[in-house]
Design a protein around this ligand. Structure first.
Ligand code: B12
Ligand code: SF4
Length: 457
């Protein structure tokens, strides 16, 4: 008898769509679920895995697919913006008699609270999900499943967290997805944005690293809720083998690297660069990078890797705010990085997180002027949002300590109210109002995206 496992990633809850206004949906493969599914498929011949991605279907179709498939297990990857939809799927799965597991960033950070509050969730997997999910569906003794939070006689048990060596995990199995659907959405998004000059048609979302060196070294940026405290990278040789296989099997023409900071380890990147195929090397459509790692050498290497665009978290145009945000780079470095990228013809997208501790009218104005400068230097997109304290981030801990009101609203909550979080954060840490912060976000975003319209309730 074949056992059925469904892995689902829901869409942003309707009321929070404004937090993803400038995200291009539907082209980014759900890497977290895909890596878990690839592991299960590789290690269990008698288990069928189905990935349900709500970016590719509406909510009703998602529910109908779950009912039709009727799995024994449902795994969900929620975040704070998709949590309501995630719980709805969990309840549906329970009505089908499935066991429900939540994993990923949000679940790792709030897992205990989730299990306390929600009977529709049976288990939480913290951080790496491959071995834990595999252990669960294979009936392994709960005490022996690392990374698991579970209930035993009404009490919560939190097992220890062990991270895998990335090279011990199998390659991502893209046959588990309908890749063509993601490619079509990619092209539609480019058209919607009026981008006609980019050279790629079939970019593959891929992951070769987990975590970030800045976080490992310094506990990371103030708003960061990344769950990995150490950086890990896969052997670049096997990364290239996978990339070439994806080109041969699916006609992929470029890669999108989903890690936090593709240049986190310069040694790793140098080796990756050295091992590139010398003929027909695929391009890089997009990678997240840290401005500090952009120098003459790395930018030249990126250019030789045929990199079209990078995404940089600039966050603010004011050094004092950058210090308070605990960013590694300062204005001088970010400007130097932007100039080098321009010189080598690599486009960059700039994100801003406004609302640093001490944010003032003057620092907001400096960020706006800075964004204009970046546009002159070749930025081809902006994402500016008010800082949101997320569980797992330093910002979350700071406001929990500072505001009794915030603590009382949130200490036992797994359903967060992002509007409230933003307002309280700004009230307690900034010298400006939430509306003043939003106005500058709007001015920055609208340099490219003309209908960005975000109001807090
Ligand atoms: C790529 C990416 C995106 C992509 C795609 C996300 C997607 N749907 O797949 C895009 C650009 C769309 C995106 C958007 C956003 N993102 Co994002 N994103 C990332 C990034 C850089 C990589 C994620 C990834 O694919 N990693 C690779 C995979 C292999 O690792 P993984 O996700 O950790 O998965 C492993 C485990 O977590 C676990 N696991 C994951 N899911 C499940 C499920 C089950 C059942 C199990 C058992 C295990 C399991 O197993 C996996 C393998 O070990 C992360 C940063 C990071 N460090 O991961 C931020 C990150 C996840 N994003 C973040 C944020 C804030 C956002 C946005 C809200 C930003 C915004 N305002 O627009 C939006 C909202 C997204 C949404 N769903 O609504 C935050 C935190 C989110 C949170 N705590 O809920 C992160 C951590 C960034 C940060 N440093 O703070 N994002
Ligand atoms: S936001 Fe990015 S660069 Fe900053 S600590 Fe987190 S993962 Fe690292």
């Amino acid at each position: 008898m074949i056992m059925k496992v469904a892995l689902a990633i829901p869409r942003i809850d309707k009321k929070y769509e404004k937090f993803g206004l400038d995200v291009d949906w539907g082209w980014w493969a759900p890497l977290g679920l895909l890596t878990v599914a690839s592991y299960i498929k590789k290690n269990n011949k008698d288990i069928d895995v189905l990935i349900l991605d709500e970016q590719l279907m509406d909510q009703q179709a998602m529910k109908m697919s779950l009912i039709d498939y009727s799995p024994e297990w449902l795994g969900v990857s929620p975040d704070y913006l998709t949590y309501e939809n995630s719980l709805e799927l969990a309840r549906l799965a329970k009505s089908l008699k499935a066991k429900v597991v939540f994993g990923g960033h949000f679940a790792s950070n709030l897992g205990k609270t989730m299990l306390k509050n929600r009977t529709e969730i049976d288990y939480i997997v913290m951080q790496d999900g491959e071995l834990a999910m595999d252990g669960l569906i294979n009936g392994k003794d709960f005490f022996e499943i690392n990374n698991l939070i579970w209930r035993s006689n009404g009490l919560l048990k939190v097992n220890k967290v062990i991270l895998s060596k990335l090279d011990s995990l199998p390659s991502i199995d893209y046959s588990l997805l309908d890749l063509d659907a993601y490619f079509i959405n990619y092209l539609n998004n480019q058209e919607r944005r009026g981008i006609y000059d980019q050279p790629f048609q079939k970019p593959l979302t891929f992951t070769s690293q987990r975590g970030c060196r800045w976080r490992e070294k310094s506990k990371g940026c103030l708003f960061c809720s990344c769950i990995y405290s150490v950086w890990r990278g896969r052997n670049p040789v096997s990364v290239w083998e996978d990339v070439v296989r994806a080109r041969d099997n699916y006609g992929v023409d470029s890669m999108v690297f989903g890690e936090d900071d593709f240049l986190s380890s310069i040694e790793w990147f140098n080796y990756f660069y050295e091992k590139r195929p010398k003929k027909n090397c695929l391009g890089i459509r997009f990678a997240y990078v840290n401005a500090c790692a952009i120098n003459k050498t790395t930018v030249k290497q990126l250019s030789e890797l045929n990199c079209y665009q990078v995404f940089i978290g600039f966050e603010s145009g004011d050094n004092n705010c950058l210090r308070k945000l605990h960013k590694e780079a300062r204005i001088e470095q970010t400007l130097a990085a932007a100039r080098l990228l321009k010189e080598y013809g690599i486009k960059f997208n700039a994100s801003f997180s406004l609302g640093a501790p001490g944010e003032s009218k003057r620092s907001l104005e400096k960020s706006y002027v800075f964004a204009q400068k970046l546009k002159e230097l070749g930025a081809n997109g902006f994402n500016a949002y008010p800082l949101l304290p997320i569980p797992g981030s330093k910002a979350w801990n700071m406001i929990m300590r500072k505001s009794k009101e915030f603590y009382e609203l949130n200490f036992d909550q797994d359903m967060l109210e992002p509007d409230e979080l933003v307002r309280l954060w700004i009230k307690h840490f900034c010298l400006v109002t939430a509306e003043e912060v939003l106005l500058v976000c709007e001015k920055i975003n609208n340099m490219f995206f003309h209908d960005w319209n975000f109001k807090l309730i």
